[in-house]
Design a protein around this ligand. Structure first.
Ligand code: FES
Length: 181
């Protein structure tokens, strides 16, 4: 059995992937690549392994390289394992001017990790990203589908305590479900 055969969507995710693919005309199934990668990431532990990307390629009947190219381009796709809570702090101009670097440093100190790392207990991964379109409420961060804005060190402490206690994995999955009823 090869790696592609070992990975398979759950029944629910399979049904959702089929609905997503049907949005596009026959022969244009590749257009479903981005939502399918989100679905695969949510389904398989918050990141995209090579076998997972190969599985998506097999569903869409495209070459694996076409999936790798897209998955490695966008910061919302993780090509390595991440913690339950993926903290993505915006570091672009407006957020930086409003203290993003201090927020990043505060998170690093609080969690005992550097940007790009995961805490040893697997609860948090810290990532920095470019503009998330919420410049008016800078500095801000994203965790799963939620934005946390006008950040201060106190707000960050509160948020990390809450996320750490919940034990839930952050995910975009809900929005895919909401949009595909
Ligand atoms: S610069 Fe941070 S959201 Fe736009």
């Amino acid at each position: 059995m090869n790696e592609v055969e070992k990975i398979e969507f759950s029944k629910e995710a399979k049904a959702l992937s089929e609905r997503i693919i049907k949005r596009y005309p026959e022969g244009r199934q590749k257009s479903a690549l981005l939502p399918l990668l989100h679905l695969a990431q949510a389904e398989f532990g918050g990141w995209l392994s090579v076998p997972t990307m190969d599985y998506v390629a097999s569903i869409l009947n495209i070459k694996p390289i076409e999936v790798y190219e897209v998955a490695s381009f966008y910061s919302m796709f993780n090509l390595n394992p991440v913690g339950n809570c993926l903290i993505e702090v915006c570091r672009t101009g407006p957020c930086m001017l409003r203290g993003a670097n201090d927020i990043i440093e505060h998170i690093e100190n609080k969690l005992g990790i550097k940007e790009g790392e995961t805490t040893p207990d697997g609860k948090f991964t810290l990532k920095t990203v470019e503009c998330l379109g919420s410049c008016g409420t800078a500095p801000m961060l994203q965790c799963g589908a939620d934005y946390h804005e006008n950040l201060t060190n106190e707000k960050v402490d509160e948020l990390l305590d809450k996320l750490g206690a919940s034990g839930k994995r952050s995910s975009y999955m809900w929005s895919l479900k909401e949009n595909n009823r």
